[in-house]
Design a protein around this ligand. Structure first.
Ligand SMILES: Nc1ncnc2c1ncn2[C@@H]1O[C@H](COP(=O)(O)OP(=O)(O)O)[C@@H](O)[C@H]1O
Ligand SMILES: [Mg+2]
Length: 374
């Protein structure tokens, strides 16, 4: 190729395989999660013998490998047997019982349920019949199940899944609930009728410590970048920044953006400055992800709070109502949801002459929120 030493031409790249930095990439090496994988396989073992598996409650903060563990596990099951149907449902985008069962229908039939809308009972009946007819066990992972709680749909959804064999004798369904909200005591929040039939095995995913993060990111660097692009020092810096949040997604996003920054400078090596610049964006991956999945009314609410940062709930309601025409009841529900998502802080304060009221403020930098709402 020739040219100046250290300069990139258009057809050159610092990346060997940029795909390894994408959101849905499932890593080949999955280290430091042996005991969690063991706990999960143990619970699923009965399914491989044709029985109903144990239910599992998976908990842990964001970016600790929970979704990856489910994908690995389901991949192993599929390689072992065709008698077990495994379906992972992303509850962040399927946050009602009907939406969850629509995804289960799709998983079982390989096509979507009729969009004209069939009753829940019918939808469920067809899934159950199909499982019984084909003599298959179904394992459902409700990923980011905390979103079902925020929408008050968790109890109904779990109740239907857990009592499936009563309404449809012969149906065998196991449930893995995956929560990424450390403040949510999922079991306590469920209706008593669900609690009485839901006694899951617990599997916990702690945040990775800095050396673990460095090892995992080091593996990604090897696969993703050409040799010599990311030095040991730069990798250590990325690991240190990632450890501040404990969310591996920050580190993976940081590596990719730092690589792009190096390319923008036409450099064949990633320097410290590329990392520091990238961090200004990458530190907000969690915020970006939360905002990207919000409904229009929820985005309007955040915009209203941003315009009235720190104001009383009543004042924010005025602004929200003006934007959406929605009433106070729905407003309160949405405030609770964005509060549970960690996007705002709602604090009770005494207001002169009006007793106690809540003041609402953004948990993140206002500009960072507004940029991502556009
Ligand atoms: N032990 C690990 N080894 C390699 N990559 C990992 C590991 N744990 C997590 N990751 C990566 O970190 C990112 C976040 O993991 P994910 O499973 O989505 O976390 P969670 O579901 O807990 O939020 C993904 O890109 C995943 O590939
Ligand atoms: Mg996940």
């Amino acid at each position: 190729m020739g040219g100046d030493e250290g300069m990139l031409s258009w057809d050159e790249s610092v990346f060997r395989d940029e795909h390894v930095f994408e959101i849905d990439y499932v890593p080949e090496a999955f280290v430091h999660r042996e005991s969690q994988m063991q706990g999960l396989s143990h619970a699923l073992r009965p399914a491989l013998r044709g029985s109903r598996p144990l239910n599992v409650s998976v908990r842990g903060p964001p970016g600790t490998g929970k979704t990856t563990a489910i994908q690995k596990l389901f991949g192993e099951v599929a390689a072992e047997t065709a008698e077990v149907e495994t379906i992972r449902v992303n509850c962040q985008v399927n946050s009602t019982r009907y939406a969850v069962f629509s995804r289960l229908f799709e998983g079982c039939f390989d096509y979507e349920p009729p969009s004209s809308g069939i009753s829940f009972k019918k939808l469920f009946g067809q899934i159950a019949e199909k499982l019984i007819e084909e003599d298959r066990v179904l394992v459902v992972a409700l990923d980011d199940v905390n979103y079902l709680f925020y929408e008050n749909e968790a109890s109904d959804t779990l109740y239907s899944l857990l009592r499936a064999h009563e309404e449809h004798p012969g149906a065998r369904i196991g449930v893995i609930v995956v929560s990424s909200d450390p403040t949510l005591e999922a079991i306590d929040e469920l209706d008593a009728r669900v609690q009485s039939v839901f006694r899951p095995e617990d599997v916990y995913f702690p945040v990775y410590d800095e050396p673990e993060i460095e090892e995992i990111l080091g593996e990604r660097v090897k696969r993703g970048f050409h040799d010599g692009v990311v030095s040991g020092d730069v990798l250590s810096r990325v690991a240190a920044l990632t450890a501040e949040s404990g969310d591996l997604r920050v580190g993976i996003d940081l590596l990719r953006r730092a690589g792009l920054n190096a390319e923008a400078r036409a450099s064949q090596v990633v320097e410290g400055g590329d990392v520091e610049d990238a961090y200004e964006t990458s530190k907000h991956v969690h915020l970006s992800r939360s905002l990207a999945n919000l409904a229009a009314s929820e985005r309007e609410l955040l915009a209203a709070i941003a315009d009235n940062d720190g104001e009383q709930a009543g004042a924010v309601y005025e602004a929200f109502h003006e934007r959406t025409d929605l009433g106070y009841t729905r407003y309160s529900e949405l405030v609770n949801k964005v509060d549970q998502l960690g996007l705002i802080d709602a604090e009770y304060a005494d207001v002169e002459g009006r007793g106690r009221s809540r003041s609402l403020s953004l948990s993140y930098d206002r500009e960072a929120v507004l940029d991502r709402l556009e």
